[in-house]
Write a protein that binds this ligand. Structure first.
Ligand code: FCB
Length: 457
């Protein structure tokens, strides 16, 4: 393979990302209470092999080792999330000093290693106590979230500048409340719309709270937009299917957050389900609070077409009846996800246009069936190729004017991949779950090499 030699602008942040429930383990330690993911993963049939995050990568006990690994890779930044049920075990009760203390030490360890912390407040582990009170379906969640944000930013805001409210509200609403694949595992399209609205309201309510507790904060949200393709020889019905899918996947969040309105057609397309009374006066103004940058997580494009006469028209995504998912085009990753640097570039560029903000790619990566070879290394040429091709697509976009400020590989470590459990490995570092031994994969070495050859190092 040729050497990858593309360079990125000065000050570009090179990072890796993780999420609390996927790596921490220590699920019942130091006062942490269960989250909806503890409940969901412990219920039979929800995850591959019945896997849970009880132990995960045991990162809670291995912070020093894991930060040293990041330093050896040459990372500038580490994107992690805070577990709400460690901070407020009951959701809205008093703060738990032991939970706060864990992130306090993590931040100090990172800063000592010269690594910038990039903190996400919510990566899907809602305290179970709050779900018992309706969770994201209860409008009060916006205040609960803002109070939680005040605790975390109040504790870490003297050292952390990069704050992200939510990770992928699409997954926390549509995938969790309509499709049922993620916690809390509901299958109700209207609920997913209400949850999406309350997630955005929580985001918008927290933005000024973050600014108040951290003057000079860079405040952000991370979305997971995906480029939607229809059939090449599609007709008007197919074009309408693309529009509906794009609204449910992208516009549902781009609209309220960046344009202060739900996207064209979305309210009409869902009028048979609701009069949208959950959208109250003032909500859209709160939701569209100005941000400093936008985080984009993207792995694959989406392909759809219109249902034909006699075909099943039901689709759980809001406003998507009559939209049929088309199979991805090869090559596919171990997740069955289409590898498409082209669509990655397209959706990142669109995210910049929709938001008018600088962009960070806060997650991108791929799962493959990795094994530790006889030589003790993990040879993952497909992940190396994926990394290079996606970075090259981004470099082209930057050459054409995209304001891209950083890239975070998903993930630093193999980890608990939600409904797929430990079967799917996304790490640039391999984890042997029986020994917790970490082994930098070839892709991790390649990433370190790319970082090291950037100008100014
Ligand atoms: C994203 C999630 C992240 C991880 C990757 C593969 O949707 O944010 O936690 O599961 O996908």
């Amino acid at each position: 393979m040729e050497t990858f030699a593309r360079t990125f602008p000065d000050g570009f942040l090179w990072g890796a990302a993780t999420a609390s429930y996927q790596i921490e383990g220590a699920a019942a330690e130091d006062g942490r209470a269960p989250s909806i993911w503890d409940t969901f993963s412990h219920a039979p049939g929800n995850t591959a092999n019945g896997d849970t995050g009880d132990v995960a990568c045991d990162h809670y006990h291995r912070v020093a080792e894991d930060v040293a690994l990041m330093r050896d890779l040459g990372l500038d930044a580490y994107r992690f999330s805070v577990a709400w049920p460690r901070i407020h075990p009951e959701g809205d009760g008093p703060a738990n000093p032991l939970g706060v203390g864990f992130y306090d030490r993590l931040v100090d360890e990172l800063l000592r290693a010269g690594i910038q912390p990039v903190v996400t407040l919510y990566h899907w582990d809602l305290p179970q106590a709050l779900d018992d009170r309706g969770g994201w379906l209860n409008r009060d969640v916006a205040e609960w979230f803002a109070d939680y944000a005040a605790t975390v930013v109040g504790a870490l805001g003297d050292r952390v500048r990069h704050w992200t409210t939510l990770n992928e509200p699409w997954c926390a609403s549509v995938l969790s409340y309509a499709i049922g694949e993620h916690a809390p595992g509901h299958r109700d399209t209207l609920e997913s719309m209400v949850a999406a609205h309350h997630l955005m309201l929580a985001h918008g309510t927290a933005v000024p709270v973050i600014r108040e507790h951290c003057p000079g904060a860079e405040v952000s949200i991370t979305l997971n937009p995906t480029h939607v393709w229809g059939p090449e020889d599609g007709d008007d019905l197919d074009a309408d299917a693309v529009r509906r899918a794009d609204n449910a996947l992208n516009g549902l969040f781009f609209g309220p957050i960046f344009h202060g309105a739900y996207p064209d057609g979305f309210l009409d397309d869902t009028a048979h389900l609701t009069d949208h009374a959950y959208v109250r006066d003032g909500d859209l103004a709160a939701i569209s609070a100005p941000l400093d940058n936008l985080g984009v997580n993207n792995y694959f494009p989406t392909r759809v077409r219109a249902a034909r006469a006699g075909e099943d028209r039901t689709n759980p995504m809001p406003g998507c009846d009559g939209v049929v998912a088309e199979p991805p085009h090869p090559p596919l990753t171990a997740m069955g996800w289409e590898v498409s640097p082209e669509s990655h570039r397209l959706i990142v560029e669109r995210s910049a246009r929709e938001s008018g903000l600088p962009i960070y790619v806060t997650e991108n990566g791929s799962a493959w069936d990795d094994t530790v070879a006889a030589d003790g290394a993990v040879h993952d040429p497909e992940r190396v190729a994926y990394l290079r091709s996606h970075l090259a697509a981004l470099a082209d976009a930057v050459d054409d004017g995209l304001d891209l400020r950083g890239y975070f590989a998903w993930s630093l470590l193999d980890n608990f991949e939600w409904a797929y459990g430990y079967d799917k490995r996304f790490g640039i570092v391999h984890v042997d779950y029986s020994t917790q031994r970490r082994t930098v994969k070839d892709s991790g070495r390649e990433y370190a090499r790319i970082i090291a050859m950037q100008p100014g190092r």
